[in-house]
Design a protein around this ligand. Structure first.
Ligand SMILES: NC(=O)c1ccc[n+]([C@@H]2O[C@H](COP(=O)([O-])OP(=O)(O)OC[C@H]3O[C@@H](n4cnc5c(N)ncnc54)[C@H](O)[C@@H]3O)[C@@H](O)[C@H]2O)c1
Length: 276
């Protein structure tokens, strides 16, 4: 018996095999869930359809993957098309994973105080508002008792140098999680977020993950970084009935980093350096 036997849902945010969405989808499918996938649409001049191909390489081999369709979260018509495809294929759905973020590099790479108006709007639209747009559309075809999960990072709770405008977006995203959890509560639909520690992915690289990996190893209580599989299981837990009764929450999968009130064992290293 799998945790997701008989369950069907949508996975939004797979770009390649490093994507967090793929880690969660793999867990869900291994537990018996059927998944419909979306990919970022290819530019009309990209005859090789690179975005689609990178995701199709994965979904074509997955027995429980039911469809792969384009969806840009800034485009309401495309969101509607995806829900129509899901309704045709599944009837109703039981879960939605939203694992999407974007900010223009020129805005992500500067201090928050230098964020441009246009960059801010785009980052907020794709990284925060899109949860409202996609969750709203998905709720129309979701069974009562379903579950929605989005991905966030600690930089939305506290100031993390280098995370900049994306931290502001994640703060908004978490607020959206809470308000959607309230809105959908009467239907027993739960909305939660997983806050992952740094992982090497396309989006992660843009957000300065490489520096953070070293920091986490030294500061997190577990003394290491997390794995894709760990986020996969935690996301699967929140998408499944196992997490019934939990809504509007952030589940940190970060080796404990977020709860530290000091640099932890890094202090010992510092002491050794200054007073050998
Ligand atoms: N990698 C990390 O260290 C880390 C840590 C915590 C949270 N997160 C969050 O996890 C989520 C997934 O990121 P990831 O690290 O797996 O990287 P990723 O690059 O694999 O995934 C980001 C996804 O966003 C999609 N996307 C961007 N703009 C879009 C648009 N307009 N329409 C539709 N899709 C769009 C991309 O196609 C991609 O699939 C993001 O919300 C990210 O902020 C990542």
């Amino acid at each position: 018996m799998g945790l997701f036997d008989g369950k069907k849902g949508l996975i939004v945010g797979v770009a390649n095999d490093h994507s967090i969405a793929w880690a969660i989808a793999q867990y869900v499918m291994a537990e018996g869930g059927e998944c419909g996938f979306t990919h970022l649409p290819d530019r009309p001049d990209d005859k090789r359809q690179r975005n689609r191909r990178r995701v199709a390489l994965l979904t074509d081999k997955a027995e429980k993957a039911r469809f792969l369709v384009p969806m840009d979260v800034t485009n309401d018509a495309q969101i509607g098309e995806v829900m129509k495809t899901a309704a045709d294929e599944f009837g109703q759905i039981d879960f939605l994973l939203h694992s999407v973020a974007f900010a223009p590099l020129e805005d992500l790479k500067v201090d928050t105080i230098r964020t441009s108006r246009e960059g801010f709007k785009l980052a907020m639209e794709i990284s925060a508002y899109s949860l409202i747009a996609v969750a709203g559309a998905a709720s129309e075809i979701m069974n009562d008792g379903g579950s929605m999960v989005t991905m966030t990072y600690f930089g939305g709770e506290k100031a993390v140098p280098g995370y900049n405008v994306m931290g502001v977006c994640k703060a908004a995203l978490y607020s959206i999680v809470k308000y959607l959890a309230f809105d959908l509560g009467p239907r027993q639909i739960r909305v939660n977020a997983v806050s992952a520690g740094p992982l090497r992915t396309l989006a992660g690289r843009g957000a300065g993950v490489d520096d953070m990996l070293t920091l986490y190893e030294q500061m997190a209580p577990l003394g290491r970084n997390i794995t894709h599989e760990e986020v996969g299981r935690a996301g699967g837990f929140l998408l499944s009935d196992m997490s019934g009764g939990i809504t509007g929450e952030i589940l940190h999968v970060d080796a404990g980093y977020n709860m530290m009130g000091s640099p932890g064992r890094m202090v010992d290293q510092y002491r050794e350096q200054v007073a050998p």
